[in-house]
Design a protein around this ligand. Structure first.
Ligand code: GCB
Length: 648
């Protein structure tokens, strides 16, 4: 046993940099004059496998016919997590579940085009069949995947799609978990455990689309932007990849016509590509993309129209996407957008709500953005996994800055296989999100166990890999080990730390917050000479529980905890290298069952139903005060409640 342990330890020290599979395509499905999009969202049929026999459905080929022919099915909404839909213990199911539904493909789609099937995300692993034939397999929640299904479909006829989804997390999945078999009253049962603090919701979490492309089509568009020093001239660099036979014909020189339109739909720049299908558009005068409250017109987006043309100028394909023109830069003290230093004021969040779990919900998304703007936040971290593409587009539109986090949380037991998956999660994330102006930083992990020796080379490899994919954004990770033990910080550009003073340490001691926060931030900065963010702080709070003097779990306590942190942050801001404060959490959210959680994690500033707790009003005053002081924003009329004309 001890020899095995030693061997595992030694192996973890000699991690090597292996290639990871490269994502292709995956442009967000959009209609155009050359493309059609259909949604497969709705009510699907659902079967759970026997926990003790998770591969039975594959062996018995449940995908070969309708699921209802193999097992009784129940209705299941898509998109949604399946866990909280039923009244039985589906919530705690471990292993595989099955979905199917029928759909029609119009006869017109059979003509000279390609059909793609795209999932916004399935957690955690998905196997997909069309009419009984396997079309794609994908591992990793929260990220999209797609497959061409042109040759699998019946045109002008009915089709069947079957999905098997596996929620099991083990030591080499991202995130990690453990599956154990333990005795229960009925004999033995399978139990999923994990150390991270949110419920492992599973299922078809985001929309399922069928979309068409021409035979030769725009497969990828990559955009980067630049601004002149005086911010009057903007540049948009685009690079396009094309897929299809026309791309390989020697006498057919494909080219791109790129047109850029402003918000009013006026053409402000156009260009024809070079032979590599890339080029530059210049906008003069430009309206840069600014974060919310940093400018009177935040989130300014242009529309980039990409037209793929054949030699004879025949139009082959058209794809449009929104583009924000901005620059990012950073040094050992600051993070700057369009040359202006940024002070982040925001939240760690979760995709989580009652009943639908982590399922995409447009009503919830719009409500959340309304609350973010109401409270004066300018940023959030996608703790602890990539959020929906729809929410990324919304953040672009509203000027909310995003620290974009991959699904690596509480990472430990660093192995070669885990490293490969971790890198793949970042590759998929960056491929998906690289064109979003709202994405200003990559977070490569949350609370990894960076005290261990093997974390050193592991995070160096992960950070270098991330940099090799995108040099335009800085890299961070939210670290919780004491700075004296940490081994990952040297590989990052910006240090984020999570700490729960007066909660997990010195519970209830409001007098032990301010100085501890100041001391710890200074220590991180001294150790690494990099900008510092406090990426998590907070206190569980039961809405409606009031206690004076403040007592843990009460609304008064959360308010006081925030206020003591604000004091520390204001001290730290004077130092020049402290660049942001993020409350944990935006809203209450569900976790695994433990005696420290009452119906879930209650550190939300908003309840799970998205109503403010008392501390929300305090936080709102602070975020707007910071906005006015740092970015000259104005106050909303209702920020302060009239008390008496004795008080100004
Ligand atoms: C943390 C984690 C977060 C937890 C939070 C808490 O440090 O990053 O996922 O939810 O603490 O409330 O315990």
């Amino acid at each position: 046993m001890r020899i095995m342990g030693l061997w595992r330890f030694l192996k973890s020290l000699i991690l090597v940099n292996k290639e990871v599979p490269q994502t292709r395509g995956m442009l967000y499905p959009r209609e155009s004059e050359t493309r059609e999009v259909r949604s497969l969202d709705g009510i699907w049929n659902f079967v759970r496998s026997d926990q003790a026999n998770p591969t039975q459905g594959v062996r018995d080929e449940w995908y070969a016919k309708e699921l209802s022919k193999s097992r009784p099915t129940i209705p299941m909404p898509v998109p949604a997590s399946y866990n909280d839909i039923t009244t039985d213990n589906l919530r705690d199911h471990v292993g595989t579940v099955w979905y199917d539904r029928k759909f029609f493909v119009p006869r017109s789609w059979s003509k000279d085009q390609r059909i793609w099937l795209r999932f916004g995300s399935v957690h955690y692993e998905a196997y997909v069949w069309i009419n009984g034939q396997k079309v794609v397999k994908h591992e990793m929640g929260h990220l999209p995947f797609e497959a061409e299904v042109t040759d699998f479909l019946n045109y002008g006829a009915e089709n069947r799609i079957t999905v098997m989804c596996d929620n099991a997390l083990i030591q080499t999945t991202v995130p990690q978990g453990r599956i154990t078999e333990v005795p229960n009253d009925g004999g033995m049962t399978i139990v999923q455990s994990y150390t991270f603090d949110f419920f492992n919701y599973a299922g078809i979490h985001r929309s399922v689309h069928l979309y068409t492309t021409p035979r030769t089509f725009i497969e990828e568009v990559e955009v980067t932007t630049n601004l002149s020093k005086d911010a009057t001239v903007g540049e948009v660099f685009y690079s396009v990849s094309v897929n299809g036979s026309a791309a390989n014909e020697a006498d057919n020189v494909l080219h791109i016509q790129a047109n850029l339109y402003d918000k009013e739909g006026i053409l402000v720049a156009n260009a024809t590509s070079d032979q590599k299908l890339g080029g530059k558009l210049q906008v003069n005068p430009v309206k840069p993309w600014w974060p919310y409250l940093m400018h009177s017109e935040p989130g300014y987006l242009y529309q980039l129209e990409i037209k793929l043309l054949a030699t004879n100028d025949e139009l082959l394909d058209v794809y449009r996407l929104k583009v924000g023109i901005r620059t990012l830069s950073w040094n050992s003290q600051q993070f700057l957008i369009n040359g202006k230093p940024v002070y982040f004021r925001g939240f760690g969040r979760h995709e989580d709500s009652d009943i639908r779990g982590k399922g995409l919900d447009n009503a919830l998304m719009v409500r959340d953005f309304n609350l973010l703007k109401w409270i004066g936040a300018n940023a959030y971290r996608t703790s602890h996994y990539p959020y929906s593409e729809e929410s990324m587009q919304f953040a672009d539109e509203h000027g909310i800055m995003i620290i974009d986090e991959c699904p690596s949380v509480d990472t430990e037991n660093f192995s070669q296989e885990l490293l490969g998956k971790h890198k793949s999660s970042l590759e998929q994330l960056i491929h998906r999100d690289r064109n979003h102006p709202s994405v200003v930083m990559w977070s490569i992990a949350n609370e990894p166990r960076t005290g261990s020796v093997s974390a050193d080379s592991y995070f160096e490899l992960v950070a270098n890999f991330t940099r090799s994919l995108d040099k335009t954004r800085p890299i961070t990770a939210a670290i919780a080990v004491p700075n004296t033990q940490d081994k990952a910080g040297r590989s990052l550009d910006i240090i984020s730390f999570n700490r729960y003073n007066a909660w997990y340490s010195n519970a209830g001691r409001l007098d032990m917050i301010t100085q501890n926060v100041i001391d710890e931030a200074i220590a991180w900065n001294k150790r690494y000479n990099k900008p510092i963010i406090m990426s998590e702080y907070g206190a569980d709070t039961l809405e409606g529980l009031h206690m004076q003097p403040a007592y843990v779990w009460s609304e008064e306590f959360q308010t006081e905890v925030f206020s003591r942190h604000f004091k520390a942050f204001d001290e730290l801001r004077k130092k020049g290298w402290f660049i942001g404060e993020f409350v944990w959490n935006f809203a209450d959210f569900k976790t695994a069952q433990t005696y420290t959680r009452v119906g879930g994690n209650k550190k939300g500033v908003f309840t799970r139903a998205r109503q403010p707790k008392a501390a929300a009003h305090l936080l709102r005053k602070r975020y707007f005060a910071l906005g006015r002081d740092l970015d000259q924003c104005s106050f909303p009329d209702d920020l302060f409640t009239y008390i008496a004309d004795l008080i100004s």
